[in-house]
Ligand binder design. Structure first.
Ligand SMILES: Cc1cc2nc3c(=O)[nH]c(=O)nc-3n(C[C@H](O)[C@H](O)[C@H](O)COP(=O)(O)OP(=O)(O)OC[C@H]3O[C@@H](n4cnc5c(N)ncnc54)[C@H](O)[C@@H]3O)c2cc1C
Length: 403
């Protein structure tokens, strides 16, 4: 063991909690302090835009652990308190209430915060979606909303659009890019996502941004688009991406770029590691990377804690995410972006289920399944092993028209 005696974890969600659990599992017996800005015990975010929004789960089901498992961590919990500053040389974290916490090991796991529009958030009926409280407020709003505009067609916006339709709202999904989720899935699959939403009655307004939100008597009533049109709305969800929650690290001397910049072992400074959505690290195969997905938060929380204990190894996961929209589950491994080559290797989009590979520079770089989870798992090794494109399963490179 490393002589670690006093560890502070800032941000107690998927990444921070996993790091804390890993420390204890690996035999760390020193003091453990968990600092979380939210008042809630650790909970899971993916259900917020799915089961919680739909109302099929009560809020208690999103808890990441039972209370007895949390108690077994033998940690000091400082919830509802945000870290406000870090002094790397003195090895102290300052909380927003002024309290100073010394550490010899620090895990930074503060995640991301949703981006806002430049104007309009003061209006009633305008929502963001990141926390449990956000999700409950959004659900409440959706239950009485007739017309809903969702600004931003990334995975959050697209998931929320599908639930809003299920709840009976009239939904418009707006994005300046050519198709929903095109950045995550590439043009071909994004074209299918457009079709999926259109089939379910969503008006997909792509290639146009938002000029401003329109309000009357303090309530949102519509959205002015860049193309000059006005879309009426009594609820607007702004889902235009997020930014790493690093405001509290300004002046700390930590390298901050797109998040906390770490080396391959998730190390940002002596005694300081970062994990989850906030961490940008050097992936041995993929270069500098920051991943905003749930499985990565857990895997990197483990990796970062092992580094703190002196047993770290380069963190080299195969990135993975999933999204649920209507009756479709999409799962993706590796790099499934636009510039990659693409071919369907099982099923067919017309059948509502298929699996596909993405290639770049002559190798397989990604795999995706659309309602074919077993195939996704079967294709993962091609991604993990960077199999040459011509040795990978053959299939149809043009199964759908591009978006
Ligand atoms: C609605 C929603 C749906 C999602 N669905 C999916 C999905 O289907 N599939 C998927 O792969 N991923 C999904 N994700 C992404 C996934 O939830 C995240 O990747 C994951 O939560 C990241 O975990 P984290 O611990 O790094 O950060 P977070 O979960 O963001 O936790 C960070 C915590 O740190 C706290 N914090 C921030 N600043 C401070 C501070 N200064 N001091 C103290 N505490 C602080 C925050 O309050 C927060 O509790 C979804 C995310 C959201 C919001």
């Amino acid at each position: 063991m490393t002589g670690l005696d006093r560890t502070v974890v800032v941000g107690v969600s998927a990444a921070g909690l996993t790091a804390a659990e890993t420390l204890r599992r690996e035999g760390y017996t020193g003091r453990l302090t968990l600092v979380g800005a939210e008042p809630h015990l650790p909970y899971d975010r993916p259900p917020l835009s799915k089961q919680i929004l739909r109302g099929s789960w009560t809020p208690d089901r999103v808890a990441l652990r039972r209370e007895d498992a949390l108690a077994a961590l033998d940690a000091e919990w400082l919830l509802g308190q945000a870290a406000a500053g870090l002094d790397v040389a003195a090895r102290t974290v300052t909380l927003d209430g002024g309290q100073l916490l010394g550490y010899d090991g620090l895990v930074i796991a503060t995640g991301v915060a949703p981006r806002s529009l430049p104007q309009g958030h003061e209006l009633a009926g305008v929502h963001l979606l990141r926390t449990l409280d956000d999700a409950l407020a959004l659900r409440e709003g959706l239950l009485s909303a007739g017309s809903v505009v969702i600004v931003g067609a990334g995975f959050l916006g697209a998931e929320a659009a599908s639930v809003a339709r299920e709840l009976g709202a009239d939904v418009t999904l707006v994005d300046p890019l050519p198709a929903p989720m095109i950045r995550q899935l590439g043009a071909q699959v994004a074209g299918l996502v457009t079709q999926l939403h259109t089939r379910h009655g969503v008006r997909v307004r792509t290639r146009t941004g938002v000029r401003r939100l329109a309000g009357e008597n303090g309530r949102v009533v519509g959205v002015h688009l860049d193309d000059g049109s006005l879309v009426p709305a009594d609820l607007v969800l702004v889902a235009v991406g997020s930014a790493p929650a690093v405001g509290w690290l300004g002046g700390s001397g930590l390298p901050l770029g797109d998040g906390v910049e770490c080396d391959a072992l998730c190390r940002a400074a002596p005694g300081v590691v970062a994990a989850g959505d906030v961490a940008s690290w050097h992936h041995p195969d993929l270069g500098r990377l920051r991943v905003e997905h749930r499985m990565n938060a857990t895997e990197q929380g483990t990796a970062a804690a092992l580094t703190l204990l002196g047993g770290g190894r380069p963190f080299a996961p195969v990135p993975y995410f999933w999204t649920d929209q209507y009756d479709v589950k999409i799962q993706a491994y590796g790099v499934t972006r636009q510039e990659a080559e693409f071919r369907v290797v099982a099923g067919h989009p017309d059948e509502g289920r298929f699996a596909a590979l993405y290639g770049a520079r002559g190798r397989v770089v990604g795999a995706l399944s659309w309602n074919m989870p077993r195939e996704a798992r079967a294709l993962r090794p091609y991604v993990a092993e960077h199999v040459p494109w011509e040795e990978a399963p053959a299939g149809d490179p043009h199964p759908v028209s591009t978006a």
